[in-house]
Design a binder for this molecule. Structure first.
Ligand code: ATP
Ligand code: MG
Length: 352
């Protein structure tokens, strides 16, 4: 019998423990073959060990098949604002991403049926929006070593290599195969050579290995307009680090609540799955946080991290149902974290 898959959970700070507990409860229900091990990261790790990313957590990650993260924010009991930068809570998160080598960031942007009214877009535009943004996370202008500020001049360099483009494009094509089979690659090939290479390599990979995928190329400025004026034209969007950073935050406002936004970061080893919202200290410990983003991140863990797409789809369906039946406060409802989680578990039960 194959060994049980190990999920390392890092609940973190603020509402992190509450929403992570909800996600774990759902995973235990649908995938009893998983095992869980909880470790420290962020402010809570500083409080207990003085280090935002303790050695014990780093060691635990070596045997993890996937990592489920809550949120990382402030330490409760340490004067962390006065700590050196490398000992602050967020530095733990940066080191974690680096250690896992996650080069692909996946952000689904989905308007939930029945929750169109939360979107800043008109309901007829918001209805049915279901986009997956795949952003390159380790390369490009943010990381290139060729950078300098010299007196009254400064520069950074956007550089990509064919292997870097191919590995991120593969993630996008693979995700599209499980969806509608359409990929839009976003670049600025009318002015940037690096985009010319990007476009050439993405096209070559599709022609070689993913002929069933419909691929088109669009300029980032045009996508910024169309993603809010005609979002249903997109299925999977793949783009480089800087463009993806901006587009994914732009698109994140479409569903209308931070509590609805999951994410996955994938590399060649264990992936990292986390809600995009912060630690929300204003509501922490009150049992009212919306755990939907964390639960949908758990679904992404099954879909992209462990190759269990059917169970992932069940969770997504149950979350959609619970959102209609038991909306939490951030969605204009009254359900607590526990009541929402129970509604998800019940919906799973009915589907079984
Ligand atoms: P951090 O410093 O960790 O980013 P933050 O205060 O910026 O924390 P965010 O998570 O970015 O917190 O949240 C912004 C607002 O949205 C807060 O008022 C918070 O209560 C609310 N919020 C965020 N996530 C959720 C959630 N899952 N459920 C309910 N409300 C949420
Ligand atoms: Mg924040």
């Amino acid at each position: 019998m194959p060994a049980k898959k190990l999920i390392v959970t890092l609940p973190g700070d603020g509402i992190g423990p509450e929403v992570t507990a909800a996600a774990v409860a759902v995973l235990r229900e649908v995938a009893p073959e998983l095992s869980f091990e909880e470790h420290l990261l962020g402010g809570v790790a500083i409080d207990r060990t003085g280090d935002p990313f303790p050695q014990q957590t780093q060691d635990a990650l070596k045997s993890a098949d996937a990592v489920l993260l809550g949120t990382v924010g402030g330490a409760q009991n340490s004067p962390w604002n006065s700590l050196p930068r490398h000992l602050r809570p967020e530095s733990g998160l940066l080191k974690l991403r680096k250690l896992l080598g996650v080069y692909a960031n996946l952000r689904p942007v989905r308007v939930q049926p029945g929750l169109e009214h939360l979107s800043p877009l008109r309901p007829e535009l918001a209805r049915g929006v279901d986009i997956l943004i795949v952003r390159e996370l380790l390369g490009g202008i943010y990381f290139d070593a060729d950078r300098k500020i010299e007196g009254s001049a400064a520069y950074n360099t956007m550089r990509y290599t064919t292997p870097e483009v191919e590995r991120i494009a593969k993630v996008a094509f693979w995700a599209a195969e499980q969806r509608k089979g359409r990929v839009t690659s976003v670049d600025k090939a009318n002015v940037l050579e690096v985009s010319e290479l990007w476009r050439r390599d993405v096209t070559a990979l599709r022609d070689r290995d993913y002929r069933s995928i419909h691929l088109n190329h669009e300029y980032v400025d045009s996508v910024a307009m169309l993603i809010v004026s005609n979002p249903s034209r997109y299925d999977v969007i793949v783009t480089e680090n800087l463009f993806g950073d901006i587009l994914s935050d732009l698109a994140a406002v479409i569903p209308g609540s931070l509590g609805l936004m999951p994410s996955a970061s994938l590399g060649d080893g264990a992936g990292l799955f986390e809600p995009i919202h912060g630690s929300a200290p204003d509501i922490a410990g009150q049992g009212v946080a919306n755990p939907a983003a964390a639960i949908m991140s758990a679904a992404m863990l099954l879909r992209h991290g462990l190759d269990m797409p059917h169970i992932a789809a069940k969770i997504d369906g149950a979350v959609s149902q619970a959102l209609r039946e038991k909306p939490t406060r951030d969605l204009g409802g009254t359900a607590s974290t526990q009541e929402f989680t129970d509604a998800v578990l019940k919906a799973l039960d009915r589907a079984a």
